[in-house]
Design a protein around this ligand. Structure first.
Ligand SMILES: NC(=O)c1ccc[n+]([C@@H]2O[C@H](COP(=O)([O-])OP(=O)(O)OC[C@H]3O[C@@H](n4cnc5c(N)ncnc54)[C@H](O)[C@@H]3O)[C@@H](O)[C@H]2O)c1
Length: 438
């Protein structure tokens, strides 16, 4: 099939490369000329495991091109809208200016009978508005919502082998034809047995925000339990293991720590609250305000733990190594990164903070230019008064506490992700502290 992907960021670039890998002819469109130049040369403009190989192969094979000219999308059987929907600067609501601009630019190039599939995460009701605009210009084309569930760090696998596909389509023959088109696009994952759910458009839009709200709630639930463990003398990791063995609960997403961040969960739960308010249904999701508060409280608690571990030495002037800048491991994404936020809070209280990260240093420097950065763990921890592990990269989980011992000024570690083995660090002579345990 001929496919266009409009917006080639963390979602769109992966989608474009994977669609080409599935055998389609794909053009990726983005307004960022630098990003397009990288992608057109087969280079991934951000860190995502497996993406560089797919891109290089698909671009070299001639099945994948990138351009800033949206006219190149003309003639495609299916268009995927993948532009960003960040939080508005002045409220909790989603900023839809990128969706509106991209859709408006695409409209003149939509051919009769084709499908325009929204993948961006949007407030419920957005698809209805776009569908009306499409009907005015090209009545035989169909607007569908096909939310995306990929996880950064696993984006290639999640796109090639998704755990489900959701198509939000209109009723009638237009909807049926759109389902057939999408089934052809996703023929390979469907043949592998991927469940495919066909819904109306509002349900499809809601599926995505409901899923993210549930995940955020699960994380904040265990972090609320961590708060209680801290004051009551419990251990939240043992608590999570114990409740997680109940199949109805499950252990995944029950890792207590510094909480969630990134370009999705925080802004998605806020946009959900804002949209619910517009629909006069705010009580239905008012609990998300608490989910958000619990999440943000962890960051200040991390600062308190750091003050505590210094054992009387003032935070002002203390040298602190922060391991991790990305919002989660296996990504270079620093959008709403809890790790960077804690680093900035510590620096605001006059600590001398050095941040390191295996992949996210360039993005971190752009976002927090006033922090000091180091290329390696060894450089970052050199002579520090405390080490903070704030993103659970594998290489940090596997650090050898014995080797680091000789590099620091004082062997104090605060494990913001419950990612280290407390016994191993204590045995090596370190003072170990963590969120949610003693
Ligand atoms: N990143 C994820 O893990 C993920 C997962 C699922 C869903 N989503 C959703 O997907 C959407 C995109 O997220 P992202 O993380 O890829 O954002 P991103 O900021 O990485 O990418 C957005 C891209 O759109 C481009 N763009 C902006 N305006 C454009 C226009 N008019 N025409 C063409 N391109 C334009 C930008 O230059 C940028 O490259 C969001 O709604 C997000 O919530 C993201």
């Amino acid at each position: 099939m001929r496919i266009s992907v409009v917006g080639c960021g963390y979602l769109g670039a992966v989608h474009a490369a994977c669609m080409a890998t599935l055998g389609h002819d794909v053009v990726g469109v983005d307004v960022d000329a630098g990003r397009v130049a990288d992608l057109a040369a087969g280079r991934a403009p951000f860190y995502e495991p497996g993406l560089p190989e797919l891109l290089a192969e698909a671009v070299a094979g001639g099945h994948l091109t990138f351009t800033t000219d949206v006219a190149a999308a003309a003639g495609a059987d299916a268009h995927f809208l993948c532009v960003g929907t960040p939080q508005r600067a002045d409220s909790y609501a989603a900023d839809l200016t990128y969706v509106d601009a991209a859709f408006g630019a695409l409209l003149p190039h939509v051919r009769p009978g084709s499908v325009v599939a929204g993948k961006s995460t949007v407030p419920v009701g957005t698809a209805a508005g776009l569908a009306a605009a499409l009907a005015d210009v090209e009545p035989s084309a169909t607007l569908v919502w096909n939310p995306e569930f990929l996880r950064e760090g696993f984006a290639v696998k999640d796109t090639l082998h998704p755990d489900r596909l959701v198509y939000g389509v209109p009723g009638g023959t237009a909807g049926q034809r759109a389902v057939e088109t999408l089934d052809e696009v996703y023929a390979r994952p469907i043949a592998e047995g991927t469940p495919r759910l066909v819904t109306d458009r509002p349900t499809a839009e809601l599926v995505k925000v409901a899923a993210n709200s549930f995940l955020a709630t699960k994380i904040s639930f265990i972090n609320a339990m961590a708060e209680l463990c801290e004051v009551a003398g419990g251990d939240v990791t043992q608590l999570a293991d114990a409740i997680g063995l109940d199949e109805r609960i499950g252990r995944r997403f029950l890792n207590a720590g510094l909480g969630f961040g990134g370009g999705c969960l925080p802004k998605d739960i806020r946009a959900f609250m804002a949209r619910a308010e517009e629909l006069h249904a705010d009580p239905a999701v008012s609990f998300l305000r608490e989910v958000d508060s619990i999440n943000l409280r962890r960051r200040e608690r991390m600062v308190d733990l750091t003050v505590g571990v210094l054992d009387g030495r003032p935070l002002a002037g203390a040298r602190i190594a922060v391991l991790g800048a990305a919002f989660k491991p296996d990504s270079d994404d620093v959008r709403d990164s809890p790790a960077l936020d804690v680093a900035a809070r510590l620096q605001a209280r006059s600590a001398r903070v050095v941040v390191t990260d295996p992949q996210a240093l360039a993005n971190a420097r752009l976002k927090e230019p006033h922090l000091q950065y180091a290329a390696t763990v060894e450089e970052a921890v050199d002579g520090v008064d405390a080490v903070l592990v704030l993103t659970e990269w594998r290489e940090y989980r596997e650090l050898d506490p014995g080797k680091l011992f000789g590099l620091v000024a004082a062997p104090r570690v605060v494990d913001g992700r419950n990612a280290l083995d407390p016994q191993a660090w204590r045995d090596a002579g370190w003072t170990y502290r963590a969120l949610g345990r003693q």
